[in-house]
Design a protein around this ligand. Structure first.
Ligand SMILES: Cc1ncc(COP(=O)(O)O)c(C=O)c1O
Length: 379
């Protein structure tokens, strides 16, 4: 890609005075990791989502890993997940020494996991279906839940894209047995690095809390407060803790989330309107009945060969784009993990997708500039 100056970035942070004050508050408190800010972030997040337990962790990938471990995933087991996702989705399965079984999406309109394809890939070793709500668009959960029930499987939601988006009257991340969120810098709720595991099941939450911090029975902050004087180690856990600064930022960002998502929805509607009659560009998810958070703005170009040319033409006008995603099974690190078969829709999308700028800071005028540049390219 060319190195033109970016004037319309792919993603942007909505950061200001409140975030600065939150960081100051932590610095003044002189307590830096997993203390009152983290506890408050967890309870505010659980209340926002309408779930019983939220456990803050150091990244979305850590959240996926702990969710899978809590679901009992281990060597020899299989987890069905999408290939049209960020590689962390499948990597988390491999951390558990289990096998990611990559499934295809529904159609060129709905890029979420196909319930029929999930069902066709179930074996005696399958234990978890890991759905991913692509771009904040809900998976077909009613159908997937019916499959999980029929085959006695656990549902883990990779809700990294899905914060504040809906499936009917329920928020994404409150539908499965467990869900994992990411607060990476480009997410709708961004803190830099961070994540959250949520569940309604007390037993799973207890396991996740232990695994997050080395399997210890008491934490440093509890000992600091005199609530404990020693600890036992009751499992081979990890250091997946979230620190106080990131937690404080998360609380401020949570307060801004719904307004930011509303802005994104309006911008996404402009992209849709502009391309509705287009003979060159198609926009997915235009028929979804569920309210998205429009985390990203993907389009499809007609021919795979046009994709990089379009991206270069946009870059020449200072417009940054990306690709969500190159399918996981096409990466070198997955070549020996297959065979991965019958993923033709995923491969087609992976070859023709361009992700356009989207953030709560983007303006309608900028969206129109992006659309004008795309129309110019195709005319
Ligand atoms: C779909 C998906 N899953 C998992 C992750 C991993 O999250 P993190 O980068 O916070 O580890 C991401 C992050 O980009 C993602 O987009």
């Amino acid at each position: 890609m060319t190195a033109e100056k970016i004037s319309i970035p792919l993603a942007d942070l909505d950061y200001g005075e409140a975030e600065q004050q939150a960081v100051q508050r932590v610095l003044q408190s002189a307590w830096l990791t997993m203390g009152p800010e983290t506890e408050a972030f967890e309870s505010e997040f659980a209340a926002y989502l309408g779930v019983k337990h939220a456990v803050a962790v150091s990244s979305g990938t850590a959240a996926l890993h702990l969710a899978l471990l809590a679901a009992g995933i281990g060597p020899g087991q299989e987890v069905i997940c999408p290939s049209l996702s960020f590689v962390a989705t499948a990597n988390a399965v491999r951390y558990c020494l289990a096998k990611p079984v990559l499934a295809d999406v529904i159609s060129l309109e709905d890029w979420t996991l196909s319930p029929a394809d999930i069902e066709s890939r179930i074996t005696a070793r399958t234990r978890v279906i890991m759905v991913m709500h692509y771009g904040g668009h809900a998976c077909q959960m009613k159908e997937i839940e019916a499959i999980a029930r029929a085959h006695d499987l656990i549902i883990v939601e990779d809700a990294a894209h899905g914060i504040g988006a809906w499936y009917g009257q329920q928020k994404l991340g409150s539908l499965g047995d467990l869900a994992a969120f990411s607060f990476f810098s480009n997410k709708n709720l961004a803190v830099g690095e961070g994540g959250m595991v949520v569940t309604d099941q007390e037993e799973l939450a207890v396991t996740i809390r232990k695994l997050r911090s080395h399997g210890l029975t008491s934490q440093t902050h509890e000992r600091h407060q005199g609530r404990a004087t020693a600890y036992d180690v009751i499992g081979c856990g990890y250091n997946y803790r979230l620190d106080e600064i990131h937690s404080a930022l998360g609380r401020v960002q949570l307060g801004k989330l719904d307004a930011g998502n509303e802005k994104r929805r309006k911008l996404a509607a402009i992209y849709q309107d502009r391309f509705r009659a287009s003979r060159s560009v198609t926009v997915p998810f235009t028929r979804s009945p569920h309210k998205s958070n429009d985390h990203i703005a993907p389009i499809l170009v007609p021919q795979a060969e046009q994709r990089d040319l379009l991206r270069q033409a946009l870059a020449a006008r200072g417009i940054q784009t990306s690709v969500h995603y190159r399918p996981i099974h096409t990466f070198s690190a997955y070549r020996d993990q297959g065979p991965f078969e019958n993923l033709s829709l995923t491969e087609d999308i992976g070859a023709r997708v361009v992700t356009l700028p989207m953030s709560a800071k983007l303006t309608p005028a900028q969206v129109h500039l992006v659309c004008d540049a795309i129309e110019d390219f195709f005319s």
